[in-house]
Design a protein around this ligand. Structure first.
Ligand SMILES: CC(C)(COP(=O)(O)OP(=O)(O)OC[C@H]1O[C@@H](n2cnc3c(N)ncnc32)[C@H](O)[C@@H]1OP(=O)(O)O)[C@@H](O)C(=O)NCCC(=O)NCCS
Length: 436
């Protein structure tokens, strides 16, 4: 853990959060890293919040062992019948977010956000979110991020989708491969071998995709069904791509849903595909699209600009659905904007508003390979000015949406949207390949 992640993990709870909840007759506390009993109740509450069943002992033990990296906050109602079971859960930790140019910025990753149906819509999430974001700011996180169950929740807190995800459904017999032939070889590997290869490959590839974060502990075991409490793990198949010089450059994990009416029209569900080279990418996709007895390949959390689309003769063989995925929320405008690089040298002024008054201000961005950001009282004359909310600034940070589009949508105001768009553009489409 970095020292920032470390200090955030055990930072005290925000005073206003504590007193605000007390005024509602509620209490808030951090679940101690070694407090198994409290962690079990927290897990049960979180599980119920996400419509899951009660956890069994094996699931509780695994979760406890694998989630120490999370700062877990619980809100408790002393009047309830089970006062040790939280009525709200919230988790966060320090992650590493890739920005255009390949640099990373420390990000406060948020997850496990639930409020019990018995306590919903009393402002509990709002209090916890504000309080935990204040703590993230106080500890020095320049940005926060999350993936969402519903799109309508987080805009009010300054979050916006910055990397979209595509779900593909490909009619394999129609697609016809026209991509390159990969020179390496493919082999099935055990789920454990696949997991280890995936962990290495994600570290090799994540800096090439703005929007990716380092994979939180335990997630690889979840994907590959290598946790003792995994369900239906036997359905998963892992295949690796090895280059002619023996390097494992790619791995894919998939399961098959059989079509009982027509065996030759079964579906392969791609859980993940990681490729560190273009050859591995081509080799693995071609393999998946040519599986016998498979009529459809489904894959999600893909980029909205996949090379695969240009590797099939019939693009209409792919039905593609696009969805908001990686949500970001800038907390410190200068630190975040300075952390990415810009392909053009230009100067623009930004007037940023913030519903939570965390990151508001007027800034001058000198874009380029070594960018600078100045905090100013008034925007200087003679440079394009953008007036926007912190959510919109977070949305354009990775280059996933153009300021021209947001200006046309009435989401930002600027006297030169095209010049601003050139500043924020990225030659690599942002992507986040998993949920967290
Ligand atoms: C989402 C959830 C945490 C909200 O908690 P809550 O304590 O009821 O939220 P609050 O009372 O603080 O609501 C704050 C605002 O958000 C709005 N809001 C809350 N949940 C919303 C939702 N699901 N969709 C749209 N708006 C929502 C409220 O109406 C309120 O609006 P207002 O400020 O205009 O009055 C809770 O409904 C829940 O646990 N849902 C199921 C699990 C889930 O989806 N969690 C999110 C995971 S990403």
């Amino acid at each position: 853990m970095s020292s920032l992640a470390d200090s955030f993990h055990s930072a005290p709870l925000d005073d206003d959060l504590r007193s605000g909840l007390e005024s509602q007759g509620l209490q808030v506390s951090r679940v101690g890293d070694d407090d198994r009993a409290a962690a079990d109740r927290w897990l049960d509450a979180m599980s119920r919040g996400f419509l899951d069943g009660e956890r069994n002992d094996s699931q509780r033990a695994e979760s406890f062992a694998r989630s120490r990296y999370r700062r877990k906050v619980g809100v408790y109602d002393p009047q309830s019948v089970q006062p040790d079971e939280p009525v709200a859960t919230f988790a966060s930790w320090g992650a590493d977010l890739t920005l255009p140019g390949g640099a990373t910025v420390p990000m406060c990753a948020v997850s496990s956000v639930t409020v019990a149906p018995t306590h919903r819509r009393r402002g509990i999430l709002s209090r916890v979110m504000r309080g935990e974001l204040r703590t993230a700011v106080a500890q020095g996180f320049p940005i926060a991020g999350l993936t969402v169950s519903e799109s309508g929740i987080y805009g009010r807190f300054g979050f916006a989708p910055a990397a979209a995800a595509a779900t593909w459904e490909i009619a394999t017999r129609r697609a016809r491969w026209i991509g390159p032939e990969a020179p390496g070889r493919l082999d099935y590997v055990t789920r454990e071998q696949g997991r280890d290869a995936a962990a290495r490959l994600h570290e090799r590839t994540r800096l090439a995709s703005p929007g990716e974060i380092d994979m939180p502990g335990g997630h690889w075991d979840r994907f590959f069904g290598t946790r003792p409490d995994a369900e239906k793990a036997e359905k998963l198949r892992a295949v690796q791509y090895r280059s002619p010089d023996g390097e494992v450059d790619g791995v894919a994990l998939y399961s098959v849903s059989e079509n009982e009416d027509d065996w030759a029209a079964s579906t392969a569900n791609v859980v993940l595909l990681l490729a560190a080279t273009d050859a591995a990418y081509a080799g693995l996709w071609r393999f998946l699209l040519s599986l016998d007895l498979i009529g459809t390949v489904r894959a999600s959390e893909l980029s909205v600009d996949e090379p695969l689309w240009w590797m099939i003769a019939d693009q209409r063989a792919a039905r593609i659905r696009i969805q908001d995925h990686q949500y970001l929320r800038i907390l410190d405008v200068p630190a975040t904007l300075q952390a990415r690089t810009y392909d053009v040298d230009d100067v623009i002024a930004l007037e940023v508003s913030d519903p939570l008054e965390i990151a508001a201000g007027t800034f001058v961005l000198s874009a380029g390979e070594e960018p600078g950001v100045d905090v100013v009282d008034d925007p200087p004359l003679g440079v394009p000015l953008v007036r926007l909310g912190v959510a919109e600034l977070s949305a354009i940070l990775l280059g996933g949406v153009s300021p021209v589009t947001l200006a046309r949508a009435g989401r930002i105001e600027t006297d030169d949207s095209h010049r601003v768009a050139r500043v924020f553009s990225s030659t690599t489409t942002p992507r986040l390949s998993f949920w967290y």
